[in-house]
Write a new protein. Structure first.
Length: 243
């Protein structure tokens, strides 16, 4: 499985740059991320200790850009009739799913790495809490992974990349905006178990904790579980298409 995953990963990651999609996404990300940091994030007005002005916009940016990386991963295979061909190769379904997912997630890591000069420059100009910054990068990468995994699932059910992109954006916004705390307050539920469950499913709460330097097991478990659940659904959908 490991060798098959690496083969699919190399093929899919290389295809991003053969089609120039990778260069385009990297350029758009750099422009949007820096514009949101310096203008929307009030970078120059904040006493930066954690690069909050940069990290606070990352979920929205990823939700809009990352689906462009995943929309063709499976949709094109269905549209051009090559899905049956790749499923007949001596590579297990989990390896295929994981390889495609990791290719998109690796490119997201490259997107985040492009902001390292901002981190270094800000650290030289004003003392940064580097451990806090590392937690924030970890949170952003996990969010990117969750969006990639959801995008892969949606792409596996579509033969139209544009439809896959729009549905992925919609699904990710639903996950992000789902606020069970608000619902429980409206229903006047006082049960402690329900309150804890609602807090554990709050996307924004976990991300806010990470960019404020609070690395918690509940936050890590939330994003990792979201990624694994989506990848499992992706494997199930591929097996269904094969059958």
């Amino acid at each position: 499985m490991f060798q098959g995953t690496l083969t699919v990963l190399g093929k899919e990651f290389g295809s991003y740059f053969k089609t120039r999609l990778g260069y385009f996404i990297l350029f758009i990300y750099a422009v949007v991320a820096m514009a949101s940091t310096f203008y929307g994030g009030s970078y120059f007005q904040l006493a930066e200790r954690s690069l909050y002005s940069f990290f606070s916009f990352q979920p929205e940016i990823f939700i809009l850009l990352v689906p462009a990386l995943t929309m063709k991963l499976w949709a094109d295979e269905r549209r051009y009739g090559t899905l049956e061909l790749i499923l007949s190769q001596p590579v297990g379904y989990p390896a295929l799913v994981l390889g495609k997912f990791l290719a998109a997630w690796l490119l997201c890591g490259l997107m985040l790495a492009m902001s390292f000069p901002l981190w270094m420059t800000t650290g030289l100009l004003s003392g940064l809490d580097n451990l806090n910054v590392l937690y924030s990068y970890l949170g952003c990468w996990l969010i990117a992974g969750a969006v990639c995994a959801i995008g892969c699932v949606v792409s596996s059910f579509n033969s139209n990349p544009i439809a896959a992109y729009l549905l992925t954006v919609f699904c990710c916004w639903i996950v992000k905006l789902a606020n069970f705390d608000y619902l429980i307050r409206k229903l006047n539920v006082s049960n402690e178990l329900f309150i804890r469950i609602s807090q554990s499913l709050n996307f924004d709460r976990h991300f806010e904790n990470l960019i404020l330097g609070q690395l918690t097991w509940s936050g890590l478990t939330y994003y990792i579980t979201l990624i694994l659940a989506a990848l499992w659904l992706n494997v199930v959908s591929v097996e269904y298409k094969r059958s």
